[in-house]
Ligand binder design. Structure first.
Ligand code: GLA
Length: 412
């Protein structure tokens, strides 16, 4: 198992920001404030120059919640997390899914930038993992079979012929326990799920904890943690679909995407990595400089694009895993919205919504067209249990699985 991740907010901040800015921030505010976009920092300076009382300028972050249905004999709720800037994230404890993400454009207009549904039934009846936490093993394991410390792993081939995203009823289709919290600068939700030994074929009772923290600078931090009582495999991620235009009925092809990865993992015809870590240079997979998602997605002369039906691949991220680093940026030119992804994970599955086909009716009755959203799923490489040369995804009793990802929204 990977060594426990130790994150130093201070060194991370110095890595990302000029020294003077960091020192000022260190003196004045918590680390999440360091994630503020330049736009928001300017706004904050302006706010500080007014004579309004503190409470009016910086309302306290808050969490409210309401009932959202019932399933498996358990109550489902919808939680609304609002930060001091008034930007909002909604999360349900069904699938621990992010259902709404309201962030400003460059004019300050809030719009929802994630695909999903208005009610629980949408999440129950549709595949595609909208906004959810996927697990116990996010992504594919070839034919659902592997060997784990000499014991066979035998998982459902729910994405024929492979096992995908935790099986027939993965972590996206179960009810999590939720506990809300706030601090002076953040609103959060801690979700826990006890996956029992044998569930979907996985060995060991797995205690899983996912904490969403919605902070200043419109920064959504996700901390994952898990422990087991028998050797097992774990690879957790979030499957939010983003459309930064806020127009969820439009394709995302104009978004400019950058992925800090010199190599990606080519796949076979069933989307299982061949084992090669191929340089992206000179291929449609080269996102080392910002490039429109749509620019090379139609290059059907490229065998990998053909196999994925577009992008549905894992990139081997640059920089050391277990260290928080900026790994991807997406920018939508008309709204000016920008998304930055930071993670401790070694891989990023960029999925361009290829299976969306206009047949699923989402929020506000919008039928999500082909490529209405894209996913940036931070994770270990697919099929790792069958690849001793990939970073390991096994977890043994006494070890703690830890992973952190930040989705940070700003404008330009
Ligand atoms: C993942 C997979 C895709 C697809 C989507 C859900 O990202 O890699 O192939 O299954 O989930 O539709």
């Amino acid at each position: 198992m990977m060594p426990a991740f130790t994150f130093s907010p201070v060194s991370f901040m110095f890595h990302l920001f000029p020294r003077a800015v960091c020192l000022g921030l260190l003196l004045g505010t918590g680390w999440l404030a360091a994630c503020q976009s330049p736009t928001n920092s300017n706004q904050r300076e302006q706010d500080m120059q007014t004579d309004l009382p503190d409470s009016a300028q910086n309302p306290r972050p808050q969490v409210t919640s309401g009932p959202w249905g019932r399933t498996d004999g358990l109550d489902v709720r919808l939680y609304t997390l609002t930060n001091a800037a008034g930007a909002t994230v909604k999360i349900t404890n069904y699938g621990a899914a992010v259902t709404h993400l309201l962030v400003p454009d460059r004019q300050g207009q809030l719009a929802d930038v994630t695909l999903g549904f208005d009610s629980l039934v949408g999440y129950q009846s549709h595949p595609h993992y909208f906004g959810a936490i996927v697990g116990r093993y996010g992504n594919r394991i070839a034919k659902g079979k592997a060997s784990l410390y000499g014991r066979p792993l035998d998982l459902a081939p729910n994405n024929a012929p492979n096992h995908l995203h935790g099986g027939r009823k993965g972590f996206d289709k179960v009810v999590w326990q939720a506990a809300e919290f706030t601090t002076d600068s953040t609103a959060g939700l801690k979700l826990t799920y006890a996956s029992r030994d044998g569930e979907e074929g996985y060995p060991g009772n797995l205690q899983t904890e996912v904490t969403y923290t919605w902070g200043p600078g419109n920064s959504l931090r996700i901390d994952y943690q898990a422990t087991t009582d028998q050797p097992t495999v774990v690879n957790l991620t979030n499957h939010a679909y983003f459309n930064l235009s806020g127009q969820l009925g439009n394709p995302v092809l104009e978004h400019q995407l950058q992925i800090n990865a010199a190599r990606f993992l080519p796949v076979d015809a069933t989307l299982i990595p061949t084992g090669e870590l191929k340089p992206v240079q000179g291929t449609p997979f080269d996102f080392t400089q910002p490039r429109a998602i749509g620019q090379a997605i139609g290059q059907t002369t490229d065998e990998q694009i053909k196999r994925g039906g577009g992008y549905d691949h894992c990139w081997a991220l640059d920089g050391p895993a277990n260290t928080m680093r900026l790994v991807a940026t997406a920018y939508e030119p008309t709204s000016g919205r920008m998304l930055e992804v930071l993670t401790t994970e070694p891989g990023l599955q960029f999925y361009s919504g290829n299976f969306l086909n206009g047949k699923i009716q989402g929020k506000g009755g919008i039928a999500y067209p082909h490529r209405a959203g894209f996913c940036l799923e931070t994770q270990h490489y697919p099929d790792s249990p069958n690849r001793p040369d990939f970073p390991p995804t096994s977890l043994r009793p006494g070890e703690t699985y830890r992973s952190t990802t930040v989705y940070r929204f700003s404008t330009r």
